[in-house]
Design a protein around this ligand. Structure first.
Ligand code: DX5
Ligand code: ZN
Length: 215
């Protein structure tokens, strides 16, 4: 699957961008929420998500790069999140918060930074619908892909096979046509792509192309 990230979209033409995604092969629409504390950048919040929800025809995959995400679970659900992913590094009571997300009837994801060992998720995989492996340091689009990600996907796959076979693996950061095929081969189920999609001459074709690399 592929989840284009709106972070690299043209926000002055947001409805056109969403319309393009609606008519593309994109599976989910990835929304990056940054608070200027967990990451050195700020993006957008509830009013924008609510407006996107009104016109989007694909599930909203909301990636929270915020501290204390437990304070806002209901608000993100009400704004329209279909998948809500919180960072391991930002959640003191990760287990409780994942259960809370699921209790709202939406999918719960855990994201991990490049420095975080996947073994630390061993005790929450059984209550997670997806693991989001950051393949760049979170905060910005258009960064260089970190090669150690492949090894991490393999390790995650092993844990998933032991603990919860239906848990998905999402990879986020620096994904493009040069690495997508390998990422799928190593076991990624969903690839997030921002810059690669929105800086392409034909974003719709690029979405199709990346998605087709899953063999
Ligand atoms: C980075 C975000 C990513 C970002 C990916 O903190 O989580 O979702 O938009 O952008 P690219 O594909 O440009 O690396
Ligand atoms: Zn993201």
């Amino acid at each position: 699957m592929i989840a284009p990230s709106l972070l690299s979209a043209n926000f002055t033409k947001l409805s056109d961008e969403i319309e393009m995604l609606n008519n593309s092969n994109a599976d989910w629409i990835h929304l990056d929420i940054m608070d200027g504390v967990f990451v050195p950048n700020l993006t957008f919040g509830f009013p924008i998500i609510e407006q996107i929800k009104k016109i989007a025809k694909k599930p909203l995959d909301v990636h929270l790069m915020i501290v204390e995400p437990e304070r806002y679970i209901k608000k993100f659900k009400d704004a329209g999140a279909d998948i809500l992913t919180i960072h391991y590094e930002a959640s003191i009571h990760l287990h409780r918060t994942l259960e809370e997300i699921r209790a709202f009837g939406i999918k719960a994801g855990v994201a991990i930074n490049p420095h975080t060992n996947i073994e630390l998720l061993k005790n929450v995989i059984s209550i997670s619908d997806l693991i989001l492996i950051m393949s760049v340091n979170p905060g910005f689009g258009g960064q260089k892909f970190i090669n150690e990600t492949y090894e991490k996907i393999e390790e995650t796959k092993k844990l998933i096979n032991l603990k919860n076979k239906s848990c998905l693996i999402e990879v986020d950061g620096g994904v493009d046509i040069t690495n997508a095929n390998n990422l799928y081969k190593y076991g990624a189920d969903i690839l997030v792509a921002g810059n690669a999609v929105f800086s392409a001459e034909n974003p719709k074709e690029m979405i199709k192309e990346i998605r087709s690399l899953k063999k």
